[in-house]
Design a protein around this ligand. Structure first.
Ligand code: CTP
Ligand code: MN
Ligand code: MN
Length: 519
């Protein structure tokens, strides 16, 4: 995340020493390791050009004066260099250390494996100095932790060449999960961390589960996990227990934990996030009845609808129901704009059989038509008497405001979050004699035509797949991706795309089909 990389320019000695033995800022002959006197470039006014990276140079073996020299050289070229191994560091650079020594030292410093930090040898640094910009990190630049063999494979017993990538956007993850027994436990731990507000460990457990979901066969032995990325010691401990006992006692304890159960119950209501759920829990509330009879609690419109239709919308929506809704949405959209088309996105586009809602993206053929669609569609649902709840958000999209340097949870397109009545099939009507409809959650988004491919990619998910696409774009390609656009920091341009394939090509990624994005 961009906000994590605060520019923490640690100040060092700033003697204006010029020494003929020392190459100037543009010298490209760095790999030599002669003893150098301590030197520094004039400090204090370097312009930060690559604010998304923060380098840290390991002094061990490199030596103090060479480290100072290289740090200042990098700063003079617009790089951020931190003198301390802080949480801001994105690239650790080492020279002359064996992988074992370096990783022992990093571990002594409390350097966590789950961090998004590249650990690189000096060649990446040298090439970057020579290019005057950060060069893309390649496999050959990495100093890999010998304790974790990253050269593993999609099939646990495959050849080592087919390594599993630490980025979900470089893995093909279908719905065919061969490691459900492990991923279910890891996801319970992740969810529990999310409820506690512990985002780092939550993400680490989610990443671990995601890597296992991409494997094309069940894990057979704990040893196979040594070849997989993103599996920290906590995740491995869970897997170890499942291998030994058939289940994880930690996951089971969580499932029985009152706090977890209450948080899970409350946050299953449309409009109730972890914060509200937590505050109700701390007030001693444990059931819906208690919440609804507590006079001091005032529900907003969304939460009121969430409770009113809870019985229906807490049940999964089937693919058959999604297809029926598509026809209803299409009819409404065509009334407004006969040339507009409706496309299913979200989980159903990834091939899921059930979802918590149905997501649709509307494509309008002419620029500027997108903003009129949703208000008219909502009006039509109202006239048809099938609109149970509507939260419409008008477009705040402004091309001139791009790129956004901070990823926002919500994009700026015209969109709405709805609850609609869907006619039930005959048999189920007879069972539930009272009413002939089911309430279902529906999301609609209408981006401008030239933003369509980016919006489609963003709304297809999965959440972790999207997250890793953005992380990959930023860390590996120096580009900023969101639901609106892809921005190339080197050329300071927005990259146009009409299809998802073009976006993957811009990123130098193999194309991953929607049904392979279930990371
Ligand atoms: N999304 C988004 N902006 C929003 C809302 C959603 O980019 N304002 C994205 C989410 O990141 C996700 C996708 O749209 O990738 C679908 O969101 P959601 O319906 O919550 O999840 P699904 O993957 O469809 O899961 P489910 O089947 O449970 O609905
Ligand atoms: Mn969805
Ligand atoms: Mn949705």
């Amino acid at each position: 995340m961009l906000t994590e990389n605060k520019k923490n320019k640690a100040s060092t000695a700033s003697a204006n020493a010029t020494d003929t033995e020392v190459p100037g800022p543009d010298a490209e002959m760095l790999p030599t390791r002669k003893r150098r006197p301590e030197v520094a470039f004039p400090r204090g006014h370097e312009e930060v050009k690559f604010g998304d990276l923060t380098l840290y140079l390991v002094e061990k073996r490199m030596g103090k004066s060479r480290r100072n020299f290289l740090s200042n050289l990098a700063r003079s070229k617009g790089f951020c260099v931190d003198d301390a191994l802080s949480g801001n560091v994105t690239h650790v650079v080492s020279e002359g250390n064996t992988a074992q020594d370096l990783w022992n030292w990093l571990e002594e410093q409390g350097f966590g494996e789950t961090r998004d930090t590249h650990v690189l040898n000096i060649s990446w640094f040298t090439e970057s100095m020579s290019a005057g910009r950060p060069v893309p990190v390649e496999l050959r630049h990495y100093i890999q932790n010998p304790a974790v063999d990253h050269r593993s494979c999609a099939h646990p017993s495959d050849k080592p060449e087919s390594a599993v990538s630490p980025y979900a956007c470089q893995r093909r993850t279908t719905l065919d999960n061969h490691n459900k027994i492990f991923t279910d436990a890891l996801e319970v731990l992740a969810e529990n961390m999310e409820f506690i507000g512990n985002r780092g460990p939550c993400l680490a457990f989610r990443r671990a589960a995601s890597v296992l979901k991409s494997l094309c066969a069940p894990l057979q032995h704990l040893e196979e996990t040594h070849r997989l990325p993103c599996l920290g010691e906590h995740s491995k401990a869970i897997l170890e227990e499942i291998f030994e006992c058939g289940s994880s006692s930690r996951a089971e304890d969580i499932l029985n934990d009152e706090r977890y159960r209450t948080m899970k119950l409350f946050s299953s209501v449309f409009g109730i996030g972890p914060k509200t759920a937590e505050s109700w829990y701390h007030r001693g509330l444990r059931t819906f009845e208690q919440v609804l009879s507590e006079p001091s609690i005032r529900l907003n419109r969304m939460q009121t609808a969430g409770f009113l239709f809870y019985e229906d919308i807490s049940k999964p929506v089937s693919r058959t129901e999604a297809s029926a809704l598509k026809i209803i949405v299409e009819e409404a959209v065509i009334c407004v704009n006969p040339h507009a088309t409706v496309h299913i996105t979200g989980g159903f586009r990834r091939g899921k059989e059930f979802g918590h809602d149905v997501d649709f993206i509307i494509k309008t053929p002419e620029p500027g038509q997108e903003d009129a669609v949703l208000p008219a569609v909502i009006q039509r649902f109202k006239t048809q008497n099938i609109l149970l709840y509507s939260d419409f958000q008008d477009s705040t999209f402004d091309l001139s405001q791009l790129p956004t340097h901070r990823f926002e949870a919500m994009d700026h397109f015209s969109k709405c979050f709805l609850i609609l009545k869907l006619k039930r099939e005959q048999e189920s009507c007879e069972r539930e004699a009272s009413r002939d409809w089911k309430a279902v959650r529906v999301d609609l988004v209408a981006p401008p035509l030239e933003r369509y491919a980016y919006a489609l990619l963003g709304w297809t998910g999965s959440t972790l797949f999207e997250r890793d696409l953005r992380r990959f774009a930023r860390l590996e390609r120096g580009k900023l991706l969101d639901n609106h656009a892809l921005y190339d920091k080197a050329t300071k341009t927005l990259l146009p795309a009409c299809t998802e394939e073009e976006i993957f090509a811009h990123l130098g990624l193999e194309y991953i089909e929607p049904w392979q994005r279930n990371a």
